[in-house]
Design a protein around this ligand. Structure first.
Ligand code: NAP
Length: 246
């Protein structure tokens, strides 16, 4: 068991990458807090984990709401007594070319994808500091590293998350807290389900491994970063993209 008895809060855990991460961490011995806006999906994951003998609870969370972020941390401490790992996975996209992007689209993506992780990190940092150890992992994107047409808001948020990761790796390292990021490539989840087949084929062609990523490709990278195997990994941005952009 690679994360036995670790308590992990996963935001956006009702769907896609977050859902698979909740299942993978539970299989590896973690106690999981499924934190999401989507209550039906979130409760279904909790039931699946419990049926398999694991421990989890659902916490309704809008990451853009600072009070809710604090409440999830409070509930987790009450239920499990500590927090070992925070995975800032919740995210959305609202794409448009820059000349067409509305202020609402800009604000919404920045608020959920960039301010959301900040809210959750601030909520959790005192508990981790007191505990003397912790792992924070931010789910960024290759778009945050290389940009993408039509995603000014999303690219800015995901690049900002990398800046936040490196800053907090310096700031919190001395408190025993590691902060890292993963940068997924193109992963088959509900977020990318609407992409036309032609584009999907093109993405496969461009990827040296000739396939799209699957949620468990990212869940396994998150598992490594959260585990003691990564004890000296801090401030890293792990690309998990099949080599798409080399
Ligand atoms: P997904 O399937 O759409 O899942 C995202 C989850 O986050 C959903 O359950 C969603 O709930 C929830 N969520 C949305 N807004 C939230 C909020 N304000 N507070 C709490 N939860 C919220 O997406 P995914 O593809 O798994 O993406 C997960 C993360 O990976 C995101 O940060 C995304 O940017 C990143 N990523 C994905 C890809 C990819 O190709 N899929 C590539 C690079 C990076 P609702 O369904 O109710 O909205």
């Amino acid at each position: 068991m690679r994360v036995e008895n670790k308590v992990v809060i996963i935001t956006g855990a009702a769907s896609g990458i977050g859902r698979q991460t909740a299942l993978t961490f539970s299989q590896e011995g973690a106690k999981v807090v499924v934190a999401d806006l989507n209550e039906t999906g979130g409760r279904a994951i909790v039931e699946e984990i419990e049926r398999a003998g694991g421990e989890a609870f659902f916490a309704r969370l809008d990451v853009s709401n600072r009070e809710q972020s604090k409440q999830v941390v409070k509930d987790t401490l009450e239920r499990f007594g500590k927090i070992d790992v925070l995975i800032n996975n919740a995210g959305i996209n609202q794409d448009a070319l820059v000349s067409k992007m509305t202020e609402e689209q800009w604000d919404k993506v920045i608020t959920i994808d960039l301010k959301g992780p900040f809210n959750c990190i601030q909520a959790v940092v005192d508990a981790m500091t007191e505990h003397g150890t912790g792992e924070i992992i931010n789910v960024s994107s290759i778009v945050g590293l290389y940009g993408n047409i039509g995603q000014t808001n999303y690219a800015a948020a995901k690049a900002g998350l990398i800046g936040m990761t490196k800053t907090l790796a310096k700031e919190l390292g001395k408190k025993g807290i590691r902060v890292n990021a993963v940068a997924p490539g193109f992963i088959a989840t509900p977020m990318t389900a609407g992409v036309p087949d032609k584009i999907l084929e093109m993405m496969k062609e461009k990827t040296p491994l000739r396939r799209l990523g699957q949620p468990d490709d990212i869940a396994n990278a998150l598992l490594y970063l959260a585990s003691d195997e990564a004890n000296f990994v801090n401030g890293a941005v792990l690309s998990v993209d099949g080599g798409l952009l080399i």
